[in-house]
Design a protein around this ligand. Structure first.
Ligand code: B1M
Length: 210
């Protein structure tokens, strides 16, 4: 059953993922098991296939939407302890950049792994990131960038956090195709993640849960 959910997710078959999610619940499979052993394993395969160029963006999006539809069914059913968030992550795409497919995937995987995610959106100015840190007090701030030219916005955002005196209040994780570990170190980010799966691992590490 869990394998079928993973397969339908890889196929981007949203109605089938929803149907199988409901069937698994009727069969008594725990929601948290469906998330970890069905959805996340499926998204892992999607990530690997995308990396190998076996599938392209529209297919990734269909899988991501199927995952989201299943999560919508599961969220209210997760038990209280399962629902206790591991931590709060606010995530956005930096100023000048409107790419959000990767950010959304990262957000969904983090949510699936048990984090509460605040999606700040796209083209987010550094002042807005500072405001979010002050108001929502997330444990982690996630910055995504897909363009070489918007790497500077990522740097500006971390500088803005420093200038506002809130850099020490939050861990900053960065990612996106042009971002590297070297760049992350250079701009004093606390973590860099190559993909959505690694983002979950790094987020757990940042909060001492790894
Ligand atoms: Co744009 N685009 N695009 N684009 N686009 C790229 C990025 C580009 C590489 C295409 C190319 O030229 N080969 C190129 C950038 C070149 C560069 O600077 N390096 C480019 C360009 C130039 C542009 C425009 C400037 C084009 C133009 O108008 N002349 C323009 C920019 C607009 C702007 O942002 N101001 C533009 C516009 C668009 C669309 C609107 C058409 C569309 C975006 C739709 C959307 O996002 N809603 C689009 C798309 C789809 C792409 C490509 C084809 C796909 C990007 C994507 O979604 N990948 C892309 C080429 C490519 O990558 N093949 C391209 C799939 C996604 C799952 O991967 O986003 O890398 P990715 O996310 C990964 C990891 O990077 C990581 O995890 C994710 C999941 O594994 N990750 C994080 C991402 N964020 C993270 C955050 C983390 C951790 C990990 O922690 C917080």
């Amino acid at each position: 059953m869990l394998h079928e959910i993973s397969k339908a997710l890889v196929d981007g078959d949203m109605p089938e993922v929803k149907r199988l999610t409901e069937e698994a619940l009727r069969d008594g499979v725990k929601p948290v098991v469906i998330v970890n052993k069905g959805l996340i394993l499926g998204m892992d395969v999607v990530g690997i296939r995308f990396k190998k160029k076996e599938i392209s963006v529209p297919e990734v999006l269909m899988s991501a939407r199927a995952m989201h539809a299943s999560l919508e069914i599961l969220k209210p059913l997760l038990s209280r302890s399962d629902m206790e968030p591991l931590g709060v992550i606010a995530i956005g795409t930096v100023k000048g950049d409107i790419h959000d497919i990767g950010k959304n995937l990262v957000a969904m995987m983090l949510e699936g792994a048990g984090f509460r995610v605040i999606d700040i959106g796209i083209d987010v100015p550094s002042e807005r990131f500072v405001e979010i840190v002050r108001e929502k007090k997330p444990d982690i701030l996630g910055l995504s960038a897909l363009l070489n030219v918007t790497l500077s916005s990522m740097k500006d955002t971390i500088e803005a956090l420093e200038n506002a005196g809130v850099k020490g209040d939050v861990k900053v994780m960065v990612g996106g195709a042009p971002v590297t570990q070297e760049f992350a170190d250079e701009i004093k980010a606390d973590a860099y993640a190559r993909d959505a799966r690694e983002a979950v691992l790094k987020a757990k590490e940042l909060l001492g849960l790894g």
